[in-house]
Design a protein around this ligand. Structure first.
Ligand code: 13P
Length: 246
């Protein structure tokens, strides 16, 4: 049984005042029997302060992206080493918003995941089909291609996480049918089993896309769903707690 991971992706949201939500989250988790790992990936501007605030709590922190290089002339980027340096433990790579906004390809995502592992971080590698691809019956093919291209070779299953985020479910309030999530996750699990990944059963497979307190129980009880990557509902401590304690 894999320990679930409930991860919050704050995206381009959050100012200094948002640190209060983290305080509320710490308070809400204190003294409770928390059966999942809890992670927040804030904007880079908040990462250092938020990591300091989470201190001894069970909350871990991470970045939303990293450059493939350790350092150098890459204005505006941050490296995996920088995230590790301030105490971050994870980094999201290949989110569909980065694939769309910044033209990130599977090969680029793979390089970023390699950089994350080199720096001692756990990459959360995001994959997911568009609505057009789903309607055309290509969803699983797309997932297979993205896995083949984005996952570095020679890894152990405990070194990385995969997040399945159907592009059409992100920020829309729409979610796939439970049967479709199950199909996608069992496909990913089987494909890992055929890959060069060592201990493929140790890879945590997260679902992301419109997860909220009201649907968390159903989604998180699906076989091979080992956690959630949560956008909008991670911004408010009460909603995020509702998912953690679903
Ligand atoms: P929402 O939960 O807002 O749909 O976002 C999901 C997501 O993209 C998390 O990375």
């Amino acid at each position: 049984m894999l320990k679930p991971l409930i991860a919050g992706n704050w995206k381009m949201n959050g100012l200094t005042a948002s640190l209060q939500e983290v305080e509320a989250l710490i308070e809400g988790l204190q003294g409770k029997d928390v059966t999942a790992d809890v992670l927040i990936c804030p904007a880079a501007t908040l990462l250092d302060r938020l990591t300091a605030k989470t201190g001894d709590s069970i909350i871990e922190t991470g970045g939303q992206d990293c450059h493939a290089n350790e350092k150098g002339a890459h204005t505006g980027d941050i490296s995996a080493e920088m995230i590790a340096d301030i105490g971050g433990a994870y980094v999201i790579v290949g989110h569909s918003e980065r694939r769309t906004d910044h033209g990130e390809t599977d090969a680029m995502v793979r390089e970023k995941a390699e950089a994350a592992i080199r720096a001692g971080l756990t990459p959360i590698i995001c994959i997911g089909e568009t609505l057009e691809q789903r309607k055309a019956g290509q969803a699983l093919d797309v997932l297979g291609q993205q896995m083949g291209g984005s996952i570095p070779g020679g890894l152990d299953g405990s070194q990385f996480v995969i997040a399945y985020e159907p592009v059409w479910a992100i920020g829309t309030g729409l979610t796939p049918e439970a049967a479709d999530i199950k199909e996608a996750h069992s496909f990913m699990r089987a494909r890992l089993g055929q890959s060069a990944v060592k201990s493929p059963d140790k890879v945590r497979l997260l679902y992301g896309g419109s997860v909220k307190p009201s649907n968390a129980t159903e989604i998180l009880s699906i076989e091979d769903v080992n956690g959630a990557l949560v956008g909008g509902a991670s911004l408010k401590a009460q909603d995020f707690l509702g998912i953690i304690f679903h």
